[in-house]
Design a protein around this ligand. Structure first.
Ligand code: ZN
Length: 572
């Protein structure tokens, strides 16, 4: 931990500096790769806003611009290029992609801010230079919290989805969303907005919900909303409630799982806010902290549009995200001390302008725009409630909502792909997904200018838009982005020895009980630390610490904050 860097970049964060000096007595055995200076900062920043349009590249800009018939906000920003990959593939998943941006570290497919496993690394990597396998990797959000800044996460998916989770949680699978929700609820994040209410509430089987109250999926029967309320948070579930928020701490779950695609909201969930509205409110709440804030905003569903090969979903959700960038830029313009970074984590679907179907001279402005303008909603909306539709049902839905007259041949191709995809995507619970992929693919090819390369992620470079500093020439790695953001906060090097200390190194007696899902705890020198929370149980109730208690089942290691270790020693 470099105190010098801290004083240069965050001179105002005096509490953080004092704590770091105290805790630096602890032994450091793990090391984070030292960050190289990548950007010429030309000054310090009080606030950082990172906006991620999950799963796209430059092609979406061209199509979105034609559709909008106007410039995009990002068109006005300085640009750089980022080469995304993860530890075990040159096409990154959102979990390691998010981890690269949140921490500057490479990790494994599906891992959320924990070190990469070593047995399947890409041949170009030497595991020696990587973070310890399965150990929690400190994030820039956690550093911001530690420095006394306010922090926020906004997403249009469940807030426990891979990208936001990578900033506020540490687990070895993005699919452990109940655990992610618990870690996030106890990780001191001031403002959280998006979907995912089901992950906050007890399962129906717990029998704890009062009459008329919604239930969720939490097998541990915890009500995380009640927990947050007891700690001074406001809970909100509608746009109107969000608009009326005044307190600085808020957790808003606008959907049980994911929010609606932007263009579908008007039809299905009109009480949900847009991503721009969530961003504006979050900035309003977070900017009440004179010391500054860190905010990550994810346009989560651009990626899903790419998976589907749905051009209207991709373009409209990208424009919605671009509107959120405008909110951030307007704030940064007025504020003068704010860095805004906007960048995808990877491309998805491989959208290109042009496909195999059409002749070069067919490619008019009208051909780019008109089919998209005829689409009133996404493929998700088109197929809503339609289970195993007949050819006539499918034709009627598509004609009504996409202004496309499917031929018999189109329909048989859609059904053929549907069957093939159903075999491939059987494990997915959304039964309409294969049909969604099939319909979007055929309609794209036959009736639009959009060409696609796959239903998965892609490995090419993605753009980065920057406000507040100049990018250096050339292409940087995705991990460099995380290191650069960390650098603004004085770096993350050695911060794991402050917030995620391996208890084994201190000769303490400890054990973990994870057999009872309603009472997962660590016992350290007789003190009860509920797992995935930031506190120890005491005679008076709880004592809170700056970071979470995390157990890594794959290595059998337990991590506590250095402050918790100090406290345990004081009790002896
Ligand atoms: Zn992603």
């Amino acid at each position: 931990m470099s105190i010098k860097k801290l004083t240069v970049f965050f001179a105002f964060a005096s509490i953080g500096v004092a704590m770091i000096i105290t805790i630096s007595l602890l032994v450091s055995t793990r090391s984070m790769k030292k960050s190289a200076p990548i950007f010429s900062t030309g000054g310090s920043f009080k606030n950082i806003i990172m906006l991620i349009p999950d799963g796209c590249d430059d092609s979406v800009l061209s199509l979105a611009r034609w559709y909008k018939n106007d410039a995009l906000t990002v068109d006005t920003l300085k640009t750089g290029k980022v080469h995304p990959f993860m530890a075990n593939s040159l096409m990154t998943d959102s979990a390691p992609g998010g981890t690269a941006y949140s921490s500057g570290q490479l990790t494994t497919d599906k891992f959320i801010a924990v070190g990469p496993r070593r047995n399947d690394l890409l041949s170009i990597f030497d595991g020696d230079n990587m973070f310890e396998a399965y150990a929690p990797i400190p994030t820039v959000l956690e550093k911001a919290n530690f420095l006394g800044l306010s922090t926020g996460l906004v997403a249009t998916s469940s807030v426990t989805h891979a990208t936001p989770a990578s900033f506020g949680a540490h687990v070895d699978s993005r699919f452990k969303e109940a655990q992610i929700a618990k870690q996030m609820a106890f990780n001191g994040i001031d403002v959280v907005m998006g979907g995912g209410r089901k992950n906050m509430l007890p399962a129906a089987a717990c029998n704890v919900a009062k009459e008329g109250e919604p239930t969720g999926v939490r097998a541990d029967c915890l009500n995380l909303e009640d927990e947050l309320i007891s700690r001074g948070y406001n809970i909100c579930t509608t746009k109107e409630e969000m608009m009326n928020l005044e307190n600085d701490k808020a957790w808003c779950s606008f959907a049980s799982n994911h929010m609606s695609p932007d263009i579908d909201r008007q039809f299905f969930t009109p009480t949900e806010p847009s991503i721009a509205e969530m961003t504006e409110k979050s900035i309003e709440l977070l900017s009440k902290n004179d010391d500054g804030f860190f905010l990550m905003v994810e346009g989560s569903q651009i990626d899903w549009a790419g998976h589907s090969n749905d051009p209207i979903w991709m373009v409209t959700d990208f424009i919605a995200w671009d509107n959120a960038v405008k909110v951030a830029i307007d704030f940064a313009d007025a504020n003068g001390e704010t860095l805004v970074l906007a960048l995808p984590d990877h491309n998805t679907g491989g959208l290109k302008i042009g496909n195999y179907k059409h002749n070069y001279l067919d490619r008019t402005v009208e051909f780019a725009r008109d089919p998209l303008l005829g689409m009133k909603m996404t493929s998700i909306g088109v197929l809503k409630g339609l289970v195993n539709p007949t050819a006539e049902q499918l034709k009627a839905r598509v004609a009504e909502n996409w202004n496309v007259k499917l031929t018999d041949k189109d329909v048989s191709r859609v059904l053929e792909y549907n069957e093939a995809y159903a075999d491939k995507f059987l494990s997915n619970l959304n039964t309409n997904l294969p049909l969604n992929y099939a319909l979007s693919r055929i309609v794209s090819e036959e009736y639009t200018i959009a060409g696609w390369s796959s239903h998965g992620h892609n490995g090419e470079d993605v753009p980065m838009w920057i406000y507040g500093m100049d990018p250096e020439a050339g292409v940087i790695r995705n991990t460099d982005v995380g290191l650069m953001v960390a650098e603004v906060m004085g770096g993350l090097e050695g911060f794991e020895d402050v917030i995620y200390v391996d208890v084994e190194k201190f000769g303490l007696e400890w054990s973990v009980n994870v057999l009872d899902p309603t009472n997962e705890i660590a016992l350290v020198e007789g003190h009860v630390f509920p797992l995935n929370t930031n506190h120890v149980l005491t005679d008076d109730g709880r004592k809170n610490f700056p970071s979470l208690t995390i157990y890594a089942p794959m290595t059998g290691k337990l991590y506590l904050s250095a402050a918790a270790i100090e406290w345990i020693k004081e009790q002896e």
